[in-house]
Design a protein around this ligand. Structure first.
Ligand SMILES: O=C(O)CCC(=O)C(=O)O
Length: 271
């Protein structure tokens, strides 16, 4: 299976769907996430969806689950760090979309021995705004992005690759509990949620190989496997939900991340 993952990833720049959590397990995860949202409201909205694995053990457990790490190891090797996460939630019948972009464009993480893992927490399809991938685009270098600051664009600066031939896009349709893995340079995006269902994705953005270094700004990372690390600052792991010190740490890392995302931008956006 691991050879297949690696060869598909090399060919297409993404692999999906990969079975990770059973229907019972992911149903339990969904309950935990929705209970946390109900209990802590604003603290898990907006910017609070970035790096929520620092404050919610359920998300920390997902990011460090051996089955997730086995799939990631097949692509980036045995030294694996968790560099950050995002809860990508699209509420029913909402306009939020994600424009065509390459993850590596603004992150400053080199070399590109890192991978974004996107776990479907509920079923995702074209109607509720699943991700769409442009296969093979990871083989080209980074391309120019235009900052649109579109208010419905869920990317920080609305960064967009123009001239994408959408007829070649592949929808990443997955059942709850399945995972996709995508390359830092693949062009991808997603449309709005036209359905009456939530669309909940938990992205580990990203898993970093032990040789990956940050070229500007500051990020923290947890060692998930192996010992080698190119990112020195060590991030703690939460032992209970929403402890004050964990929230303070998450907010600090999010402020620093925001500086990375907005480097050289003319203004800041809504996300
Ligand atoms: O959730 C989405 O639709 C897109 C997420 C994304 O761009 C990413 O995980 O790199």
């Amino acid at each position: 299976m691991n050879d297949n993952l690696a060869s598909q990833y090399a060919r297409d720049g993404f692999v999906a769907p990969i079975d990770i959590f059973s229907p019972d397990e992911i149903a339990g995860i969904l309950v935990e996430i929705e209970e946390a949202e109900a209990k802590w409201g604003d603290a898990l909205q907006g910017g609070g969806r970035n790096n929520a694995h620092y404050v919610l053990p359920v998300l920390d457990r997902i990011a460090h689950d051996p089955r997730m790490l086995d799939a990631v190891e097949a692509l980036i090797g045995p030294d694996i760090l968790v560099g950050g996460t995002t809860l990508f939630i699209k509420e029913p019948e909402t306009e939020g979309f994600i424009s065509w972009h390459q993850d590596a464009r603004y992150m400053g993480l080199e070399p590109h021995n890192w991978v974004t893992a996107w776990l479907a927490v509920n079923d995702v399809d074209e109607e509720n705004g699943c991700m769409r991938m442009m296969p093979g685009t990871h083989k080209s270098p980074l391309v120019e992005h235009v900052d649109t600051f579109d208010e419905d664009n869920m990317l920080t600066r609305g960064q967009t690759v123009s001239a994408v031939d959408e007829s070649k896009a592949v929808p990443v349709i997955m059942k709850a509990g399945q995972l996709s893995l995508h390359h830092p340079r693949i062009v991808h995006g997603s449309g709005p949620n036209l359905s009456d269902r939530r669309r909940i994705g938990f992205a580990i953005q990203s898993y970093l190989g032990g040789d990956v270094e940050q070229q500007f700004g500051k990020i923290w990372a947890q060692q998930a496997r192996g010992t080698k690390r190119g990112i020195a600052p060590v991030a703690p792991r939460p032992t209970e939900a929403m402890r004050a010190e964990d929230i303070a740490f998450r907010d600090l890392t999010n402020d620093e991340l925001s500086k990375i995302f907005y480097k050289d931008a003319k203004k800041t956006g809504n996300w």
